[in-house]
Design a protein around this ligand. Structure first.
Ligand code: KG4
Ligand code: ZN
Length: 336
């Protein structure tokens, strides 16, 4: 089984070819960061236009890079949600055209399931059962995945997602976009004491989480200190904020693992690229005797390889999608 996979849920245009036999044969990602940078966040119309422009180019390139012909592809996998509706529709319409033109079946994939499936791409693959933290620009969710790939939602973001908080605080500190990598870099330049922000929702049971209070606390603290940025204090605030977010995430990961009595835990999504998060989870693993799975660095952010491997699993259990498959910007993942 070999699939051509397409991902356009937000601001990365991505195409991959994956097969059961060879794994990832091609994975191309056209980043739109430079297009959205001037606005400090993703502009949906700009994203849609860039997806339209890039999709045909990337498909052509992945076929020519691999020497694979359409005849050697068994079907198309495409992200159908959650995400920006316009961006999803561009990907879905393109996939529909390709499936029709090449006379292939297609399968719609949940973007979040794709992020979880990025654990199949670690070496060696990290197999369920596990509790997974999915931390990205739009989600901070905890899932339990059982060996049959049944996924249960355990709790998650009540408002801002972790990545979104990184993006907004980076904007506030005038560090640039996207926020995660620039805050991580600025924090790395800070040595010495940091500001102790209260860890969000640490007094609450369960694994629901919220970052909007922390975001406001950072904004107020920065304002109170006068012009913190002009005073060269951005690194201090970046380090303080980053520590607080990571502590909140790992506390809730502990709560999620406790909740289902599972000692296998995993981190996936754009924020899983964060070094402090990876290191903190590794040290907790020693403390709790956890086995830990971490998405490979290059598959933390949005990509189509993860959509392809999720589709390979999906097809074994649920088969191809019907021709009238539609995009769903609020697509839910899990059985509650
Ligand atoms: O998974 P992803 O590429 O897209 C979504 O599905 O949202 O995640 C993007 C998010 C952005 O908010 C970005 O700031 C964050 O992941 N991110 C990071 C890091 N790299 C990317 N957050 C913290 N530390 C990082 N190193
Ligand atoms: Zn994502």
């Amino acid at each position: 089984m070999r699939l051509l996979a397409i991902e356009t849920s937000c601001d990365e245009t991505a195409v991959a070819v994956v097969s059961k036999k060879n794994g990832v044969e091609s994975s191309l990602v056209a980043s739109q960061i430079h297009l959205h940078q001037p606005f400090g966040g993703v502009v949906p119309e700009v994203a849609c236009r860039a997806h339209q422009e890039w999709l045909p180019r990337l498909v052509k390139q992945s076929l020519s890079d691999t020497g694979i012909t359409p005849a050697e592809i068994d079907g198309i996998a495409v992200t159908r949600g959650p995400g920006l509706i316009g961006a999803l529709l561009v990907g879905l319409s393109f996939a529909r055209g390709l499936a029709w033109g090449w006379q292939k079946p297609w399968v719609g994939i949940n973007h979040l399931e794709g992020h979880i499936a990025s654990l199949d791409l670690s070496d060696p693959p990290f197999d369920p059962p596990y509790v997974a933290l999915l931390a990205s620009g739009g989600h901070t969710d905890f899932f339990h995945v059982d060996p049959d790939w049944h996924i249960r939602f355990l709790g998650g973001t009540l408002d801002d997602a972790a990545g979104e908080a990184f993006d907004k605080v980076a904007h506030l500190l005038q560090l640039g976009y996207p926020g995660g990598p620039v805050i991580e870099k600025a924090a790395g330049n800070h040595h010495g004491p940091i500001h102790d922000f209260p860890i969000p929702m640490s007094g609450h049971r369960g694994c629901n989480i919220s970052f909007s209070g922390l975001k406001t606390a950072v904004a107020l603290a920065v304002e109170k200190e006068g012009n913190a940025i002009r005073n060269g204090q951005a690194a201090y605030w970046a380090a303080s904020f980053q520590r607080c977010v990571i502590m909140a995430l790992v506390k809730k990961l502990e709560a999620a693992a406790d909740m289902v009595g599972c000692s296998r835990v995993a981190i996936v999504g754009g924020v899983a690229a964060n070094r402090l998060l990876r290191d903190t989870v590794a040290s907790l693993a020693e403390k709790h005797g956890w086995e830990v799975g971490v998405a490979p660095m290059k598959y933390c952010g949005d990509n189509a390889a993860m959509i392809g491997v999720a589709a390979l699993r999906h097809l074994e259990q649920r088969g191809w999608s019907s021709p009238d498959l539609d995009a769903d910007p609020r697509l839910f993942l899990g059985e509650e």
